[in-house]
Design a protein around this ligand. Structure first.
Ligand code: PPS
Length: 307
């Protein structure tokens, strides 16, 4: 429902078009996420956090689902569930969604485990000690993110109800859109830096996908400690094994964006570091280094690009 306050934003080049977005909370939110952008913006602005809420936060395609599953298993002592992840750790920005199940955060039992892609500036925060919740931010190198996002968005084209709003161009154009921030949740560098600034806040845990790949058990322990969940080494090791890419691939349809038994919106794809090398030309790499990675200079934030 476009309106003067919330126009539909879409970048075009010839017949190619970016995903369509609404601008709210200072970010590009896919029009597919909501039929009522004003209502979504109001909901996000008024969301009341509780002190035991846990937010799993990321820029899209950074390892959100992986972290959601780890957090859920930590809270459930290593149990494995086939219930779709969006029901167990629901997505905040789907609160007014129309094409799939809407989450109900008020009905969610405590501690509420919540997924979101909001920046540190846009995310709901408690105003005092009694409502100050925890945030786990998962980051990933932007070259692998851009490939993962491109392939995911292209895949969403297969769904009839998403055709009008979805990306229809080639990889080359997508790289430009990613650099310009004409993609869901806008510019990667602004997003990651908004959270990096808060990495030392006691209620923020800042993680990196590439480091999790290298040593998953120690990260499961770090997350459990951060959530003050005392678990035995045996349970930690079990969760780490169950949350490897191979472990999660035992139930691939548990990890989907939408409800239903189809293959639309499947999230587990390759799960590796360095797939970008199969897509980037030397010229793209050069532009990316200059336009995206150079923006991190001086922040102390660095990423690994090789397995
Ligand atoms: S989303 O749609 O924004 O929530 O996507 P997100 O979950 O953030 O990211 C999807 C990518 O994470 C990979 N993934 C994993 N990698 C390693 N280990 C595990 N267990 C795992 N689970 C998900 C998933 O495959 C996507 O990356 P690509 O590069 O596309 O494979």
């Amino acid at each position: 429902m476009a309106s003067a306050a919330y126009p539909v934003l879409q970048t075009r080049k010839g017949n190619w078009r970016s995903n369509s977005h609404y601008r709210l909370k200072g970010l590009n939110i896919p029009t597919l996420n909501t039929g009522d952008p004003a209502k979504l913006e109001q909901y996000l602005s008024n969301f009341q956090t509780k002190s035991d809420d846990v937010f799993v936060v990321s820029y899209p395609k950074s390892g959100t689902t992986w972290t959601q599953e780890i957090v859920w298993q930590i809270h459930n002592e290593g149990k494995v569930s086939k219930e779709i992840i969006g029901r167990r750790v629901p997505y905040l920005e789907f609160v007014t969604v129309e094409y799939t199940e809407k989450p109900d955060f008020e009905a969610l039992p405590s501690p509420r485990l919540i997924k979101t892609h909001l920046t540190a500036d846009a995310i709901p925060k408690g105003s005092d000690e009694s409502s100050r919740c925890k945030y786990i931010y998962i980051s990933r190198n932007p070259k692998d993110i851009s490939v993962s996002l491109f392939l995911f968005i292209k895949g969403m084209m297969g769904a009839e109800n998403t055709m009008e709003n979805a990306y229809n161009g080639p990889w080359e154009f997508f790289v430009d859109l990613f650099i310009e921030g004409d993609v869901p949740y806008s510019k990667w560098n602004d997003h990651v830096l908004s959270w990096w600034k808060h990495r030392e806040d006691p209620n923020v845990l800042f993680l990196k996908y590439e480091e999790m790949q290298k040593d998953l058990p120690s990260h499961v322990r770090r997350i459990a400690d951060f959530l003050q969940k005392p678990l035995s080494d045996e349970i930690i090791d079990r969760i780490a094994e169950q949350c490897t890419f191979k472990g999660m691939m035992r139930n691939p349809k548990t990890f989907k964006i939408t409800e239903g038994d189809d293959d639309i919106g499947l999230i587990l794809r390759k799960g590796v570091v360095g797939d970008w090398k199969n897509y980037f030309t030397p010229e793209m790499n050069e532009i990316f280094e200059k336009e995206v990675l150079a923006k991190l200079k001086g922040s102390g934030l660095e990423f690994e690009f090789e397995p």
